[in-house]
Ligand binder design. Structure first.
Ligand SMILES: O=C(O)C1=C[C@@H](OP(=O)(O)O)[C@@H](O)[C@H](O)C1
Ligand SMILES: C=C(OP(=O)(O)O)C(=O)O
Length: 450
């Protein structure tokens, strides 16, 4: 999706008294990115079912094609077939043009790790948002492993990289980031020796769950992973479960309206991704989890129902919980508008280096709807309960903010407009249609403006 396009589109939102029904959400973004990337360096063919057909994960497929990886699909049914280019087939080819990761931090950072061991020169860029985001966190470990990287202003894209034979490292970075962990592991599996990553706090663990499906031997515990390279990945068959970060918008919307009942089926229940359910349950929402049986690789999954209580309690989120909730924090801040008391998000300055500065942009967007939240240097303070009139808010081209503002607008006293709604396609194509169906139960509407 292009830069200009992210700013386009508009939703008209009419508030609701409640939500009800059952929904499916698109396949998981993090798992889709990883399955394609691992398939790209694996021996043989990798078949991915239910690959996420959204702008970020399509950017990953396009980027991999630029490295000569043959990819069929997605075929409209979500099937993607990747024919890998392991070292025995000459490895990744040198891209002839700059590789464009679009809006996707995961694409760019994981790709840097994936390509670091290959003796090719390439240039990477992205949209205006991605070009502002810090890349030093992957440049540093990958440079220590032996890759050469030149970046604008030292740590921004566009950047250029020349890979080659890598040395293994033990990496203990300052940020708990699954993207950094994954970049180092994807490089490490192709490097000679033992690579180890220690995280300051556990982040989502899809990479360490998925590598063994490609035949990689590794050791992992809470907050650390170790593997000995080089190891050749073997192509495999994976099915991607629904994305809990997308489901979070629907679960929060249900929790905010007493008596609402929303069931999301076929969603990943990976413990590093469903902390949002624990927060909603602590706030007083009823959360019913029905795990699918038997759980299927690479992730446990199942159906989750959230029922909105009469009263919501406030929360305090900080420390080790932050990486487990990183993409859900904006919509949880929206939930806090309905809680009885002060909710706090702290030690979450990572929110400032996402697709937008999510602390400032959310505070501004909610203020435009007439709701007041306080931006803190490292988080947000939300006094609840608040009634607010609704208004015209801007997503700042950030998909999670567009969807969070739509959820907020459903709880306003009057109609609202969310500008820059097209960016929901980054992770959740069809979001407005799904939320609209659920909100109709209480007279709410969310529609694309003509
Ligand atoms: O590894 C991943 O797939 C992701 C990790 C998170 O970023 P960080 O690891 O940089 O916090 C998250 O915000 C992003 O949506 C996806
Ligand atoms: C931060 C996100 O993604 P990325 O870092 O891949 O751009 C997100 O999807 O909220």
């Amino acid at each position: 999706m292009g830069e200009i396009e992210a700013e386009q589109g508009m939703w008209q939102v009419r508030p609701t008294t409640g939500l009800g029904g059952e929904a499916r959400v698109p396949p998981d973004k993090s798992i889709s990115h990883r399955a394609a990337m691992m398939g790209a360096i694996a021996e043989g063919t990798t078949v991915i079912d239910r690959y996420l057909e959204a702008a970020d994960t399509l950017a990953t497929l396009e980027s991999l094609r630029a490295f000569g990886v043959e990819i069929d699909g997605p075929d409209g049914q979500g099937r993607v077939v990747v024919r890998g280019r392991p070292a025995s087939r000459g490895g990744l080819a040198e891209p002839e043009r700059p590789v464009d990761a679009g809006n996707s931090g995961t694409t760019l950072r994981l790709l840097m790790g994936l390509a670091a061991a290959h003796p090719i020169f390439w240039v990477a860029t992205g949209d205006a948002s991605l070009r502002r985001r810090p890349m030093g966190r992957v440049i540093e470990p990958l440079s220590r492993m032996g890759a050469r990287i030149w970046a604008r202003q030292g740590d921004r894209a566009p950047l250029a990289m020349r890979g080659g034979p890598l040395r293994a490292i033990a990496w203990r970075g300052p940020v708990a980031s699954a993207q950094v962990k994954s970049a180092v592991l994807l490089a490490g599996v192709q490097a000679r020796g033992v690579t180890r990553v220690d995280e300051p706090a556990l982040s989502r663990d899809h990479t360490e769950r998925m590598l063994p499906l490609f035949g990689v031997r590794l050791f992992a515990g809470p907050g650390w992973v170790e593997l000995e390279g080089p190891q050749t990945l073997q192509g495999c068959h994976l099915t991607v479960p629904g994305d809990p970060s997308s489901a979070a918008f629907l679960w929060v919307a249900a929790a905010m309206h007493p008596g609402s009942r929303v069931r999301v089926s076929g969603v990943s229940l990976n413990p590093t991704r469903v902390e949002v359910l624990r927060v909603l349950s602590e706030m007083g929402a009823q959360v019913q989890v029905e795990p699918a049986s038997p759980p299927s690789a690479p992730e446990p999954w199942g159906d989750v129902t959230v029922v909105g209580p009469e009263r919501l309690r406030p929360f305090r989120i900080a420390g080790r919980r932050v990486p487990l909730l990183i993409d859900e924090l904006p919509v949880l801040a929206v939930a806090a508008l309905r809680a009885q008391g002060t909710s706090l998000i702290q030690e979450a300055s990572e929110l400032r280096v996402k697709e937008s500065d999510r602390i400032e942009a959310l505070a501004r967007g909610l203020a435009a709807l007439g709701a007041q939240v306080e931006a803190l240097p490292d988080g947000l303070r939300i006094e609840g309960p608040q009634r607010f009139p609704g208004g015209v808010a801007d997503s700042c081209g950030d998909h999670r903010l567009a969807m969070s503002l739509a959820v907020a607008a459903l709880a306003g006293d009057g109609p609202s407009v969310v500008k820059g709604s097209r960016c929901a396609r980054i992770s959740f194509p069809g979001f407005a249609e799904v939320l609209d169906l659920l909100a109709r139960a209480g007279g709410g509407r969310i529609e694309e403006a003509a």
